[in-house]
Design a protein around this ligand. Structure first.
Ligand SMILES: Cc1cc2nc3c(=O)[nH]c(=O)nc-3n(C[C@H](O)[C@H](O)[C@H](O)COP(=O)(O)OP(=O)(O)OC[C@H]3O[C@@H](n4cnc5c(N)ncnc54)[C@H](O)[C@@H]3O)c2cc1C
Length: 396
């Protein structure tokens, strides 16, 4: 990505943020998919942000994604979160170098499929992530969705939960476990890109505290997909990808919640001005603390992103990714609560922007890895242990 393209994407996101913000309350209230927001993202070329330029995209790096996601999330956390899922699918596909894919065993046909998926994103296709399940969360080894080889392709049967953008995506990244154990007797968990359509049904279950417009409903799968739906063309690569790409599908949320936290400060500042309360020292101190906390979280996300772009699989990179996720999630919740308290009870009314941001911000620490898990991993690493091996509960 050239500097100009990077600036163009960031400028487009900055211009869109106030437009998304104007629609956010209505989407939150109805829980409706933010269709107009995604039409605008498409028109601005942002659905192709991670696709390479040769496929009509922008060829963004992870750091570019975080800058764009922060801006979008200052307008609407929910829209930025759906965008995050799409960017995770396209970013992971775009960023696995060809030689690494070949070493993992990817056949030639994989590269054709990958390019098609990325070109379609540039042309406006939207991808969602259907990884989590009720009870299992996002722990890959615990998934109950199964697949088996059938008719030259794969039959996938199971149910997913918390699927942001469900019913509005063109295809879903589905994690599923083979009905056959691997050579070592362990589970084989693979990724498929499953097109929306027959055999993919949405159950409208999402009526939750925050991020309501993500429409993160349950998704039921009873579907047969062609062989090229197996991402990477190889079974069982999910754990490996989670290790070499700890940012996508794991912690790219950090940027979203930095943007949400920033919007809490901006919204509270405007409201406090309107109410004539900014002369109060306690109110100013809350704004000051929040400003410092969000700046710290933002710098941590930037450092994590810089390291991801330089050396994604390094242990030090992973530690920065966990720090970023932990700080962003906790900061968003703390800052939004403080801003609401500064603004007073009138800002807790349903429909007030701060009330929505407070609820959206509360979701950051819950998204994987949850804050407690990030803290545990960091603690193990800080004490000289190996988080892959030395945690009480297996990571995946
Ligand atoms: C707004 C929102 C949107 C989402 N969108 C999507 C989406 O589009 N696609 C998708 O697949 N998922 C999505 N998710 C789900 C998300 O990815 C997680 O899978 C889900 O939030 C985790 O499940 P859980 O909170 O029920 O449980 P768990 O992750 O099981 O957490 C329950 C408790 O166990 C603890 N815990 C969990 N793992 C460990 C561990 N390894 N070690 C120690 N303690 C642990 C946690 O800290 C927590 O206290 C979304 C979630 C939210 C909040």
């Amino acid at each position: 990505m050239t500097r100009t393209e990077q600036q163009d994407a960031l400028t487009a996101a900055r211009k869109l943020a106030p437009v998304l913000a104007r629609r956010a309350a209505e989407h939150d209230e109805s829980g409706a998919f933010p269709r107009a927001d995604f039409d605008d993202l498409h028109a601005a070329g942002l659905l192709g942000l991670m696709a390479p330029t040769r496929l009509g995209g922008t060829g963004a790096r992870f750091a570019d994604y975080t800058d764009v996601a922060i801006e979008l999330a200052t307008g609407s956390g929910a829209t930025a979160l759906i965008f995050n899922m799409h960017a995770s699918v396209t970013g992971a596909l775009a960023h696995v170098p060809d030689d690494v894919a070949r070493t993992l065993g990817a056949p030639d046909s994989y590269f054709v499929t990958r390019d098609r998926i990325l070109a379609e994103a540039s042309a406006g296709a939207l991808y969602a992530v259907a990884m989590s399940e009720r009870g299992a969360g996002s722990r890959l080894s615990q998934l109950t969705t199964r697949y088996e080889r059938r008719d030259g392709g794969f039959r996938i049967v199971g149910s997913k939960a918390f699927v942001s953008g469900a019913g509005h995506a063109d295809a879903y990244l589905v994690a599923a476990k083979s009905s056959e154990p691997g050579a070592d007797g362990g589970p084989v968990v693979s990724y498929f890109l499953v097109p929306a359509g027959d055999g993919v049904t949405v159950e409208p279950t999402w009526n939750s505290l925050g991020m309501r417009a993500t429409g993160s409903h349950d998704l039921h799968l009873d579907v047969t997909v062609p062989a090229d739906a197996l991402l990477g063309g190889v079974e069982g690569i999910t754990l490996l990808l989670a290790q070499v790409m700890p940012h996508w599908l794991v912690a790219s949320y950090a940027a979203v919640y930095v943007g949400v936290a920033r919007s809490a400060i901006d919204t509270a500042s405007t409201y406090l001005e309107e109410r004539g309360l900014t002369h109060l020292p306690a109110v100013r101190a809350r704004i000051g603390r929040a400003d410092a906390e969000v700046a710290a979280a933002r710098l941590t996300v930037a450092e994590a992103a810089r390291r991801v772009d330089a050396d994604p699989a390094a242990l030090d990179t992973r530690r920065w990714v966990w720090r970023a996720k932990l700080l962003a999630g906790d900061t968003a919740a703390r800052v939004a609560a403080s801003m609401l308290e500064a603004a007073g009870t009138s800002a807790t009314r349903r429909g007030h922007d701060l009330e929505r941001i407070f609820r959206d911000a509360r979701c950051g620490a819950l998204q994987p890895p949850p804050s407690d898990v990030c803290a545990d991993w960091l603690g193990v690493a800080g004490l000289g242990g190996d988080p892959e091996r030395d945690t009480a509960v297996p990571r995946w």
